[in-house]
Design a binder for this molecule. Structure first.
Ligand code: PAF
Length: 297
Protein backbone atom coordinates (compact mmCIF):
# COMPACT_ATOMS: atom_id res chain seq x y z
CA UNK A 1 0.00 0.00 0.00
CA UNK A 2 1.24 3.46 -0.85
CA UNK A 3 0.30 6.73 0.85
CA UNK A 4 -0.12 9.77 -1.41
CA UNK A 5 -1.28 13.37 -1.12
CA UNK A 6 -2.53 14.34 -4.58
CA UNK A 7 -5.29 13.22 -6.93
CA UNK A 8 -2.67 12.89 -9.71
CA UNK A 9 -0.73 10.34 -7.66
CA UNK A 10 -3.91 8.38 -6.92
CA UNK A 11 -4.86 8.26 -10.60
CA UNK A 12 -1.33 7.30 -11.69
CA UNK A 13 -1.34 4.31 -9.30
CA UNK A 14 -4.91 3.12 -10.06
CA UNK A 15 -6.14 0.78 -12.77
CA UNK A 16 -9.09 -1.45 -13.61
CA UNK A 17 -12.18 -1.28 -11.40
CA UNK A 18 -11.43 1.31 -8.73
CA UNK A 19 -13.19 1.03 -5.36
CA UNK A 20 -13.09 4.18 -3.22
CA UNK A 21 -13.74 4.24 0.52
CA UNK A 22 -13.94 7.86 1.71
CA UNK A 23 -13.23 8.27 5.44
CA UNK A 24 -12.15 10.85 7.99
CA UNK A 25 -9.71 8.35 9.50
CA UNK A 26 -9.88 6.98 13.06
CA UNK A 27 -10.70 3.73 11.30
CA UNK A 28 -12.90 1.20 13.10
CA UNK A 29 -14.45 -2.13 12.13
CA UNK A 30 -17.24 -0.33 10.25
CA UNK A 31 -14.61 1.22 7.93
CA UNK A 32 -12.81 -2.12 7.65
CA UNK A 33 -16.04 -3.67 6.48
CA UNK A 34 -16.29 -1.00 3.75
CA UNK A 35 -12.69 -1.72 2.76
CA UNK A 36 -13.17 -5.49 2.63
CA UNK A 37 -16.33 -5.08 0.54
CA UNK A 38 -14.41 -2.80 -1.83
CA UNK A 39 -11.48 -5.28 -1.93
CA UNK A 40 -13.79 -8.10 -3.02
CA UNK A 41 -15.22 -6.03 -5.89
CA UNK A 42 -12.28 -3.95 -7.17
CA UNK A 43 -8.88 -4.17 -8.84
CA UNK A 44 -7.60 -1.07 -7.03
CA UNK A 45 -8.85 -0.08 -3.57
CA UNK A 46 -8.36 3.54 -2.57
CA UNK A 47 -9.11 4.75 0.95
CA UNK A 48 -9.15 8.47 1.61
CA UNK A 49 -8.36 9.80 5.06
CA UNK A 50 -9.26 13.46 5.35
CA UNK A 51 -10.87 15.29 8.27
CA UNK A 52 -12.88 17.72 6.19
CA UNK A 53 -13.11 21.05 8.04
CA UNK A 54 -15.96 22.24 5.80
CA UNK A 55 -18.42 19.74 7.25
CA UNK A 56 -17.87 20.80 10.87
CA UNK A 57 -19.85 23.70 12.34
CA UNK A 58 -18.39 26.15 14.86
CA UNK A 59 -19.79 24.10 17.78
CA UNK A 60 -18.76 20.73 16.33
CA UNK A 61 -15.81 18.62 17.42
CA UNK A 62 -13.28 19.39 14.63
CA UNK A 63 -10.44 20.07 17.09
CA UNK A 64 -10.96 16.94 19.15
CA UNK A 65 -11.77 14.65 16.18
CA UNK A 66 -9.33 11.70 16.55
CA UNK A 67 -6.38 11.62 14.12
CA UNK A 68 -3.76 8.85 13.91
CA UNK A 69 -2.47 8.34 10.38
CA UNK A 70 0.10 5.65 11.28
CA UNK A 71 -2.61 3.50 12.90
CA UNK A 72 -4.98 4.08 9.96
CA UNK A 73 -2.22 3.07 7.52
CA UNK A 74 -1.69 -0.25 9.32
CA UNK A 75 -5.42 -1.06 9.47
CA UNK A 76 -6.11 0.00 5.87
CA UNK A 77 -3.22 -2.11 4.60
CA UNK A 78 -4.42 -5.15 6.55
CA UNK A 79 -7.93 -4.71 5.12
CA UNK A 80 -6.53 -4.78 1.59
CA UNK A 81 -6.22 -1.12 0.52
CA UNK A 82 -3.74 -0.41 -2.29
CA UNK A 83 -3.63 3.37 -1.98
CA UNK A 84 -4.19 5.58 1.04
CA UNK A 85 -4.97 9.12 -0.05
CA UNK A 86 -4.21 11.48 2.83
CA UNK A 87 -4.25 15.05 1.57
CA UNK A 88 -3.62 18.04 3.83
CA UNK A 89 -6.29 20.75 3.92
CA UNK A 90 -4.17 22.82 1.52
CA UNK A 91 -4.01 19.91 -0.97
CA UNK A 92 -7.78 19.44 -0.92
CA UNK A 93 -8.61 23.15 -0.90
CA UNK A 94 -5.61 24.91 -2.52
CA UNK A 95 -7.73 28.01 -3.07
CA UNK A 96 -10.77 29.42 -1.32
CA UNK A 97 -13.70 27.50 -2.78
CA UNK A 98 -16.25 29.65 -4.57
CA UNK A 99 -18.23 26.56 -5.52
CA UNK A 100 -20.92 25.44 -3.13
CA UNK A 101 -23.10 22.39 -3.51
CA UNK A 102 -26.55 22.43 -1.95
CA UNK A 103 -28.64 19.31 -2.21
CA UNK A 104 -32.02 20.87 -1.60
CA UNK A 105 -34.91 19.18 0.25
CA UNK A 106 -32.87 16.08 1.18
CA UNK A 107 -30.88 18.19 3.63
CA UNK A 108 -33.78 20.20 5.13
CA UNK A 109 -34.48 17.79 7.99
CA UNK A 110 -32.74 15.71 10.65
CA UNK A 111 -28.92 16.05 10.43
CA UNK A 112 -29.34 18.91 7.96
CA UNK A 113 -31.51 20.85 10.42
CA UNK A 114 -29.28 20.13 13.43
CA UNK A 115 -25.97 20.76 11.67
CA UNK A 116 -26.36 23.78 9.36
CA UNK A 117 -23.80 23.68 6.53
CA UNK A 118 -22.77 20.11 7.29
CA UNK A 119 -24.07 18.54 4.09
CA UNK A 120 -22.69 21.35 1.91
CA UNK A 121 -19.26 20.45 3.30
CA UNK A 122 -19.83 16.72 2.78
CA UNK A 123 -21.15 17.27 -0.75
CA UNK A 124 -18.18 19.39 -1.82
CA UNK A 125 -15.52 17.01 -0.52
CA UNK A 126 -17.28 13.90 -1.83
CA UNK A 127 -17.77 15.52 -5.26
CA UNK A 128 -14.05 16.40 -5.31
CA UNK A 129 -13.11 12.82 -4.36
CA UNK A 130 -15.41 11.28 -6.97
CA UNK A 131 -14.25 13.64 -9.72
CA UNK A 132 -10.56 13.54 -8.72
CA UNK A 133 -10.27 9.76 -8.24
CA UNK A 134 -12.92 8.56 -10.77
CA UNK A 135 -13.84 5.36 -8.91
CA UNK A 136 -16.06 2.68 -10.42
CA UNK A 137 -17.75 2.28 -7.05
CA UNK A 138 -17.69 4.31 -3.86
CA UNK A 139 -18.60 2.75 -0.51
CA UNK A 140 -20.36 4.53 2.37
CA UNK A 141 -21.64 3.28 5.71
CA UNK A 142 -25.38 3.01 6.18
CA UNK A 143 -25.00 4.37 9.71
CA UNK A 144 -24.97 7.83 8.10
CA UNK A 145 -28.28 7.14 6.37
CA UNK A 146 -29.10 10.72 5.41
CA UNK A 147 -25.54 11.25 4.12
CA UNK A 148 -25.91 8.16 1.93
CA UNK A 149 -29.18 9.48 0.46
CA UNK A 150 -27.57 12.88 -0.16
CA UNK A 151 -24.53 11.34 -1.87
CA UNK A 152 -26.69 9.11 -4.07
CA UNK A 153 -28.61 12.23 -5.16
CA UNK A 154 -25.38 14.18 -5.74
CA UNK A 155 -24.02 11.43 -8.01
CA UNK A 156 -27.27 11.31 -9.99
CA UNK A 157 -27.63 15.08 -10.31
CA UNK A 158 -23.99 15.59 -11.43
CA UNK A 159 -24.16 12.53 -13.75
CA UNK A 160 -21.07 11.11 -12.08
CA UNK A 161 -20.18 7.71 -13.58
CA UNK A 162 -19.93 5.96 -10.22
CA UNK A 163 -22.01 3.40 -8.37
CA UNK A 164 -22.71 4.41 -4.78
CA UNK A 165 -22.78 1.39 -2.48
CA UNK A 166 -24.29 1.46 1.01
CA UNK A 167 -22.74 -1.00 3.47
CA UNK A 168 -24.49 -2.20 6.65
CA UNK A 169 -23.68 -0.69 10.02
CA UNK A 170 -21.37 -2.71 12.25
CA UNK A 171 -22.43 -2.96 15.91
CA UNK A 172 -20.66 -3.82 19.14
CA UNK A 173 -21.97 -7.05 20.74
CA UNK A 174 -24.29 -4.92 22.95
CA UNK A 175 -25.76 -3.21 19.85
CA UNK A 176 -23.93 0.15 19.94
CA UNK A 177 -23.21 1.25 16.37
CA UNK A 178 -19.49 1.69 15.75
CA UNK A 179 -18.44 5.31 15.44
CA UNK A 180 -15.15 7.15 15.72
CA UNK A 181 -16.88 9.25 18.38
CA UNK A 182 -17.61 6.29 20.71
CA UNK A 183 -14.13 6.66 22.15
CA UNK A 184 -15.22 9.94 23.79
CA UNK A 185 -17.80 8.11 25.93
CA UNK A 186 -17.16 7.41 29.60
CA UNK A 187 -18.35 4.02 30.97
CA UNK A 188 -21.77 5.33 32.15
CA UNK A 189 -22.30 7.25 28.91
CA UNK A 190 -21.28 4.20 26.91
CA UNK A 191 -23.88 2.10 28.77
CA UNK A 192 -26.59 4.77 28.32
CA UNK A 193 -25.84 5.03 24.59
CA UNK A 194 -26.95 1.42 24.01
CA UNK A 195 -30.56 2.55 24.60
CA UNK A 196 -30.49 4.01 21.06
CA UNK A 197 -29.81 0.70 19.35
CA UNK A 198 -32.13 -1.13 21.79
CA UNK A 199 -34.96 1.18 20.72
CA UNK A 200 -34.13 0.85 17.02
CA UNK A 201 -33.83 -2.92 17.16
CA UNK A 202 -37.16 -3.16 19.04
CA UNK A 203 -38.77 -1.01 16.33
CA UNK A 204 -37.21 -3.24 13.65
CA UNK A 205 -38.81 -6.27 15.33
CA UNK A 206 -42.14 -4.43 15.43
CA UNK A 207 -41.86 -3.90 11.66
CA UNK A 208 -41.22 -7.60 11.20
CA UNK A 209 -44.38 -8.21 13.26
CA UNK A 210 -46.36 -6.01 10.86
CA UNK A 211 -46.15 -2.48 12.33
CA UNK A 212 -46.01 0.14 9.55
CA UNK A 213 -47.09 3.35 11.31
CA UNK A 214 -44.23 5.88 11.52
CA UNK A 215 -45.29 7.56 14.79
CA UNK A 216 -45.63 4.16 16.52
CA UNK A 217 -42.14 3.15 15.42
CA UNK A 218 -40.73 6.49 16.52
CA UNK A 219 -42.45 6.10 19.90
CA UNK A 220 -40.75 2.74 20.49
CA UNK A 221 -37.33 4.36 20.05
CA UNK A 222 -38.18 7.49 22.05
CA UNK A 223 -39.52 5.42 24.95
CA UNK A 224 -36.37 3.31 25.17
CA UNK A 225 -34.13 6.41 24.92
CA UNK A 226 -36.26 8.00 27.66
CA UNK A 227 -35.15 5.29 30.10
CA UNK A 228 -31.63 6.77 30.15
CA UNK A 229 -31.22 10.09 31.96
CA UNK A 230 -27.81 10.65 30.32
CA UNK A 231 -29.33 10.64 26.83
CA UNK A 232 -30.67 13.87 25.38
CA UNK A 233 -32.75 12.91 22.36
CA UNK A 234 -32.50 15.32 19.38
CA UNK A 235 -34.82 13.56 16.98
CA UNK A 236 -36.25 10.21 16.05
CA UNK A 237 -37.88 9.91 12.65
CA UNK A 238 -39.00 7.52 9.97
CA UNK A 239 -37.78 8.99 6.67
CA UNK A 240 -38.16 8.16 3.00
CA UNK A 241 -34.71 6.97 1.89
CA UNK A 242 -34.94 8.67 -1.52
CA UNK A 243 -36.36 12.06 -0.52
CA UNK A 244 -35.35 12.17 3.18
CA UNK A 245 -38.81 13.52 4.04
CA UNK A 246 -40.70 12.30 7.14
CA UNK A 247 -42.82 9.25 6.37
CA UNK A 248 -46.16 8.55 8.11
CA UNK A 249 -46.40 4.93 6.95
CA UNK A 250 -43.67 2.50 5.92
CA UNK A 251 -44.69 2.12 2.28
CA UNK A 252 -41.36 2.72 0.54
CA UNK A 253 -37.62 2.27 1.18
CA UNK A 254 -36.94 4.14 4.41
CA UNK A 255 -34.80 4.49 7.48
CA UNK A 256 -35.73 5.01 11.11
CA UNK A 257 -33.09 7.38 12.41
CA UNK A 258 -32.21 8.69 15.82
CA UNK A 259 -29.79 11.34 17.08
CA UNK A 260 -28.93 12.07 20.69
CA UNK A 261 -26.35 13.80 22.83
CA UNK A 262 -24.56 11.98 25.60
CA UNK A 263 -22.63 14.69 27.41
CA UNK A 264 -20.48 16.45 24.81
CA UNK A 265 -20.78 13.61 22.31
CA UNK A 266 -23.41 13.47 19.59
CA UNK A 267 -24.43 10.03 18.33
CA UNK A 268 -26.59 8.92 15.41
CA UNK A 269 -27.93 5.52 14.45
CA UNK A 270 -30.67 3.97 12.31
CA UNK A 271 -32.22 0.81 10.96
CA UNK A 272 -33.06 0.65 7.26
CA UNK A 273 -36.04 -0.88 5.48
CA UNK A 274 -36.36 -2.06 1.86
CA UNK A 275 -39.97 -2.27 0.78
CA UNK A 276 -41.06 -4.46 -2.11
CA UNK A 277 -44.87 -4.42 -2.40
CA UNK A 278 -45.95 -6.08 0.88
CA UNK A 279 -42.54 -7.39 1.89
CA UNK A 280 -40.26 -5.35 4.12
CA UNK A 281 -36.62 -6.37 4.53
CA UNK A 282 -34.89 -4.94 7.59
CA UNK A 283 -31.21 -3.99 7.74
CA UNK A 284 -30.38 -3.82 11.46
CA UNK A 285 -26.65 -3.78 10.86
CA UNK A 286 -24.39 -6.62 11.89
CA UNK A 287 -22.86 -7.46 15.23
CA UNK A 288 -19.10 -7.61 15.40
CA UNK A 289 -17.80 -11.13 15.35
CA UNK A 290 -14.52 -11.27 17.27
CA UNK A 291 -12.63 -8.48 19.02
CA UNK A 292 -12.85 -4.98 17.55
CA UNK A 293 -9.70 -3.27 16.26
CA UNK A 294 -10.15 -0.77 19.09
CA UNK A 295 -9.83 -3.54 21.69
CA UNK A 296 -6.82 -4.92 19.87
CA UNK A 297 -5.06 -1.52 19.80
O1 PAF B 1 -18.78 9.76 6.58
C1 PAF B 1 -17.68 10.35 6.63
O2 PAF B 1 -16.71 9.87 7.23
C2 PAF B 1 -17.52 11.69 5.93
O3 PAF B 1 -18.68 12.43 6.01
C3 PAF B 1 -17.04 11.55 4.46
C4 PAF B 1 -18.08 10.84 3.61
C5 PAF B 1 -15.71 10.80 4.42
C6 PAF B 1 -16.84 12.95 3.87
O4 PAF B 1 -15.88 13.67 4.57
Amino acid sequence: MITVRSFEEVRAASSGRIGLVPTMGALHDGHLRLLRTARAESDTVVVSVFVNPLQFGPDDDLDRYPRDLARDQGLAMEAGADILFAPEVVDMYPTDSHTHLTISKLTDNFEGAHRPGHFEGVALVVAKLLIGIRPTRAYFGRKDAQQLSVIRRLAIDLSLPVEIIGVSTVREPDGLALSSRNQFLGPDQRRAATALSRGLLAAASAVEDGERHGPHLEEIVAEEAGTEALLELEYVALADAATVQPLGELTTDAFLAVAARVGETRLIDNVAFSVDSDTVTVDRGELLSGPSVLEEA
